[in-house]
Design a binder for this molecule. Structure first.
Ligand code: SF4
Ligand code: SF4
Length: 428
């Protein structure tokens, strides 16, 4: 673990949690949805503010998946994002045709309470694919309100990555109803950029309003690229065209995210964090993958590179999904520890946060901050605190009342984001 940070497990018992998407502006009630989790074999879970895990949707794949890693087990449901305008989810996944062929599609799901899916509509489908990696992958919504979809080259015919008529090996751009925007670089086409191979991860950077992706190479040259409209990133001739950085020996980079919300101290502002999956068949620590790295990157390339979190156990655990929430960097572990591995719910979600609050003692005891405090909704808030009319413990300090830990809502509180706090249980 990088000095000055701590690691906590916040959820367990997940089945191949391949990606996660935080609600952009979550509600304050304990039962409001906080984060959605895509499980590879067709289930979407949601964790609410009170840390309860619910099943939002299941059986989204219309075929029987297996657990062959590496191999056919690496495919299924991968992309997930929350539409900030509606709260709907956009999901990317494979499906099997009646004749046995495999295709890829993007769907939108709706829910009245955010906890259980009510309906699903297909945005695009019929994208050729295979039951293996290189499929349709991460989905994001850009600052322009458009959907951006990473699509792998389908593995068998890498030359399609250069074919402007084919959606494989591309970054696609579309309206949130699945139609083609008028201002796409190729008129009448979803294609936004071409020449990518197996682009698992995507994230938006506020400082330049640009999309950055990870793209997995063959035996060499996994890379990070900044995606420009109409750009050609070179595959299958090369993995280096248009790249800002590449690992010569493959590390299997999956998700990536910039620190741009004040979750870490200011010296980490705009640094990029990348999950390096490595190989699930390797037990214990590994030179290739099984870690999270942090990079300072600009248009000329990488300025610094550090290991941030590294696996030191004996099992197949490895990071995959990764994103920032208000109170830290969250990442998923697909395969768990020794004894947990194999078919079944062995996956976890971890949070990395600073050991010390980002701005300790910075919260003034004002009427506005008292009105924002959500301690009164917290399961740990007890009658003693209530009778003394105590709130805003991050400002006033710990309560004299005895506190039994039953959960803490501080991570979801607007005061936390306003003052860039990272602590919890200020009342005890
Ligand atoms: S962060 Fe402060 S204001 Fe928010 S719930 Fe916790 S104690 Fe209350
Ligand atoms: S500071 Fe205490 S009362 Fe307030 S949200 Fe956290 S645990 Fe609950």
């Amino acid at each position: 673990m990088f000095p000055g940070f701590k690691l906590e497990c916040v959820a367990s018992g997940l089945d191949l949690p391949v990606n996660l998407a935080f609600v952009p502006d979550p509600g304050e009630n304990p039962e409001d949805p906080l984060v959605y989790i895509a499980e590879l074999y067709g289930t979407v879970k949601v964790i609410t503010n009170d840390h309860v895990i619910h099943t939002y949707a299941k059986n989204l794949l219309n075929y029987e998946p297996d657990y062959k890693f590496p191999g056919t087990g690496e495919s299924g449901l991968i992309g997930i994002c929350v539409d900030p305008a509606s709260g709907d989810l956009c999901l990317s996944m494979l499906y099997e045709e009646p004749g046995g062929g495999v295709k890829a599609k993007l769907v939108r799901t709706s829910s009245s309470d955010g906890i259980t899916m009510d309906s699903m509509t297909t945005l695009i489908d019929n994208i050729p694919s295979v039951r293996a990696a290189h499929q349709i992958q991460t989905v994001t919504i850009g600052p322009d309100g458009k959907l951006y979809v990473n699509v792998g080259d389908g593995m068998l015919h890498p030359e399609v990555a250069q074919d402007e008529q084919d959606m494989r090996g591309k970054i696609l751009r579309m309206n949130t109803d699945g139609s083609i925007p008028d201002d796409n670089p190729y008129p009448g086409s979803y294609v936004f950029a071409r020449g990518v191979r197996n682009p698992f991860g995507a994230t938006w950077r506020k400082s330049d309003n640009a999309l950055y992706v990870t793209d997995n190479g063959p035996e060499i040259d996994d890379r990070i690229a900044k995606i420009e409209a109409g750009g050609n990133y070179g595959w299958p001739e090369t993995m280096r065209k248009g790249s800002l950085f590449w690992w010569h020996y493959t590390q299997a980079p999956t998700a990536l995210a910039f620190m741009q919300g004040g979750q870490f101290p200011s010296e980490y502002d705009d640094e990029l964090f990348v999950a390096l999956f490595g190989s699930a068949s390797v037990l214990g620590p590994a030179i290739k993958g099984k870690k999270i790295v942090k990079l300072r990157i600009d248009d000329q390339g990488v300025r610094s590179y550090d290991e941030f979190v590294k696996y030191i156990g004996n099992g197949p655990a490895s990071p995959c999904g990764l994103t920032f929430c208000r109170d830290g960097l969250y990442f998923t572990d697909l395969h768990g520890e020794p004894g947990e591995s194999g078919p079944g719910p062995a996956g976890h979600i971890f949070r990395v946060s600073p050991e010390k609050p980002v701005k300790p003692g910075a919260v003034p005891y004002t009427e506005e901050n008292q009105s924002l405090c959500i301690c009164k909704n917290c399961p740990s808030y007890n009658l003693c605190m209530q009778s003394k009319m105590q709130i805003l413990f991050c400002s006033r300090g710990a309560s004299e009342c005895e506190v039994e830990r039953k959960g803490c809502l501080c991570g979801e509180c607007p005061v936390t984001s306003k003052y860039r706090l990272s602590g919890m249980y200020y009342c005890e």
